[in-house]
Design a binder for this molecule. Structure first.
Ligand SMILES: Cc1cc2nc3c(=O)[nH]c(=O)nc-3n(C[C@H](O)[C@H](O)[C@H](O)COP(=O)(O)OP(=O)(O)OC[C@H]3O[C@@H](n4cnc5c(N)ncnc54)[C@H](O)[C@@H]3O)c2cc1C
Length: 404
């Protein structure tokens, strides 16, 4: 692959960085104070819509979608998008300003790729406009959901409708008052071959029978206003036209969704790690103990050097995965996607941990983004597939490659 960024990427990188400096960094503390205040839980920060309007006007909108959809996306490749997503990763809530946040990006990819013209008109258009938000309901409390064939929620045809029953949890975005639709995975035919039992269906959040049971916190963080919801679906009825692609096609859609979604998480993790490195370097240059500035201790230089090496390794692996996805498609790139999904969260955790240590008590408190970064990176060792599941698949693929 060519490691040079294209002219288009460089131009967008500069534009995005300038947008951050002018509009986002100056309000970072204010937004954090708002979002971490329990009195504001599930309320979006009031200035968010204004920033979205500005981002849209600047052409920094829907940058994630590889192929153009109407006029609402510039149609960047994964390779072109990677460094832009990295910049957005530097602040946990900033991707939404550019309509590039999970789980909406994955859901928009599903609708753009597999949605009917009616589904696209009803849900994709408002999602791409940033008028509504969405959730993806796959994981269930009662079964090991890292093996998606275990998903038990039933989606049963009844005349012109589907009737849905089941319990979901860790539905990210489900608490957001702007979340209007969920993509729900469940079984339409438990007797079909293992990978043809599951289907995906669109469920408006206000459908009778859909009940939010509770928000789930992650190490005490609620990730407001998106949140992670536990949801019960009790005889939820939707028109048969809400089924995506067709009965038994759920697995196919899940594979199509998770490839890009996984690499987007990794790109943001590189941004998280890069910012942590910058924070620890700054701290090392100004703090003094035992008569020496931290930056002059060999052990601290080693921690910083090690972090720089690991970030660059993960960045190049991410770019390599993005390049292969662009050239050969998501399926052909599955091993590289697995590699980066294993590497990026663990790399970020190691770098953030060093940054917290160099900051002393401040590193684990509320005055730096490091504690929340740590939590975000930790949960990404689970979300979109635990490390072990990616290793299980990757190991199988590598053994096959060298043993046949
Ligand atoms: C903050 C957060 C946000 C999330 N957002 C969403 C969302 O929006 N939508 C959604 O549907 N889900 C979401 N998830 C759920 C996430 O994808 C699942 O938690 C994950 O897939 C694991 O499923 P499980 O929790 O059922 O764990 P299980 O399937 O029970 O697995 C538990 C553990 O078993 C081990 N294990 C499993 N398989 C193997 C193997 N083959 N080899 C060795 N060890 C193995 C792993 O250590 C794994 O972590 C989110 C999770 C979190 C924490």
């Amino acid at each position: 692959m060519n490691f040079e960024y294209s002219e288009k990427t460089i131009e967008l990188q500069q534009k995005l960085t300038a947008f951050f400096e002018e509009h986002i960094l100056p309000v970072e503390e204010e937004v954090n104070a708002f979002l971490y205040n329990p009195d504001n839980r599930w309320k979006p920060w009031p200035g968010m819509e204004d920033l979205k309007t500005k981002a849209k006007a600047a052409g920094l909108w829907n940058l994630f979608l590889p192929k153009s959809y109407g006029t609402l996306s510039p149609g960047l490749t994964n390779l072109e998008y990677a460094p832009l997503s990295e910049i957005m990763g530097r602040i946990l809530w900033s991707s939404e300003i550019f309509n590039c946040s999970a789980p909406d990006t994955g859901n928009m990819e599903v609708l753009a790729k597999y949605g009917s013209p009616e589904q696209q008109k009803q849900w994709l258009k408002p999602l791409m406009n940033g008028d509504i938000r969405s959730a993806f309901l796959m994981t269930e409390p009662q079964v090991a959901s890292s093996d998606a064939t275990n998903i038990e929620t039933s989606i049963i045809k009844d005349g012109d409708e589907y009737v849905i029953n089941g319990t979901k949890w860790w539905s990210s975005g489900g608490m957001n008052p702007h979340c209007k639709v969920a993509i729900v995975m469940g079984k339409t035919n438990p007797d079909a071959p293992r990978h043809q039992q599951q289907s995906m269906v669109l469920v408006p959040m206000d459908t009778p029978g859909l009940k939010i049971v509770r928000p789930l916190s992650v190490f005490g963080f609620y990730d407001s206003p998106e949140g992670h919801a536990e949801i019960v679906l009790d005889n939820v009825r939707v028109p048969k036209e809400n089924l995506i692609l067709g009965e038994g096609r759920g697995f196919e859609i899940a594979q199509g969704r998770l490839g890009p979604g996984r690499i987007h998480h990794c790109m943001r993790l590189i941004g998280i790690a890069q910012r942590s490195l910058e924070l620890m370097s700054k701290r090392a240059a100004e703090r003094i103990a035992f008569g020496k500035t931290f930056k002059d201790y060999s052990s601290i230089r080693q921690e910083i050097a090690q972090s720089q090496c690991e970030i660059e390794q993960a960045r190049l692996l991410t770019l390599s995965a993005a390049d292969k996805m662009d050239k050969f498609g998501n399926k052909a790139s599955k091993d590289l996607i697995a590699m980066i999904k294993i590497v990026a969260p663990n790399m970020a955790l190691a770098v953030i941990d060093r940054a917290m240590q160099i900051h002393g008590g401040k590193g684990v408190g509320p005055d730096t983004p490091l504690a929340h970064f740590f939590v975000a990176a930790r949960m990404l060792r689970l979300a979109d597939g635990p490390d072990e599941v990616h290793m299980y698949q990757l190991g199988k693929s590598v053994i096959k490659k060298y043993s046949e």
